[in-house]
Design a protein around this ligand. Structure first.
Ligand SMILES: [Fe+2]
Ligand SMILES: [Fe+2]
Length: 173
């Protein structure tokens, strides 16, 4: 059954976010659409768990020892996020996905950190959109859960950018 048409809101533009793909920037989604989007988020969380598990162990070089410990900590946090997201999918009556997004590999420490940073930036853009979508359909508690994940993803992003010695990418630039 098609969702009832709601009043169109005009949110701030988000160049890197999925919002731009939505007609007129309308954040209204059906529950089925939200389940699919949360499953994309879940697959990105699995991807992050795998990447951090592997990179934290294979990254070499004295200058990266502190970073490796941080990556190991991220792995545990990403698993926590996966559990929170799968709980939301189940609550909406959906089936949590089982496949991760593809994980890139490299034997260069810098490449690994760059892959992680890019993934965090994509994840942050997706969750910012998800918060707005949850709120647009009155799922305020779900929006809060996703906000709490966002706080940690932004910490990950900052730590990776710092390790790479670059500025934190800004999704809204
Ligand atoms: Fe995460
Ligand atoms: Fe993260």
């Amino acid at each position: 059954m098609p969702a009832p048409t709601t009043e169109k809101k005009i949110p701030a533009p988000e160049p890197n976010g999925e919002a731009t793909k939505k007609v007129n920037g309308d954040f209204h989604v059906t529950r089925e659409e939200l389940i699919d989007l949360l499953n994309e988020d879940l697959r990105r969380e699995y991807q992050a768990v795998i990447a951090y598990v592997v990179y934290s162990q294979v990254i070499k070089g004295a200058e990266y020892m502190k970073v490796a410990a941080e990556l190991e900590k991220h792995a545990g946090e990403e698993l926590k996020h996966a559990l929170i997201i799968s709980k939301q999918i189940d609550y909406l009556g959906g089936q949590p996905a089982t496949e991760p997004m593809p994980v890139k590999t490299s034997d260069k420490a810098k490449d690994m950190l760059k892959f992680d940073l890019d993934n965090e930036t994509t994840t942050i853009a997706a969750y910012r959109t998800r918060v707005r979508q949850c709120e647009a359909i009155g799922e305020y508690a779900m929006a809060e859960h996703i906000r709490s994940i966002l706080v940690e993803e932004q910490d990950h992003q900052i730590e990776l950018a710092t390790a790479l010695g670059i500025d934190v990418p800004h999704n809204n630039d």
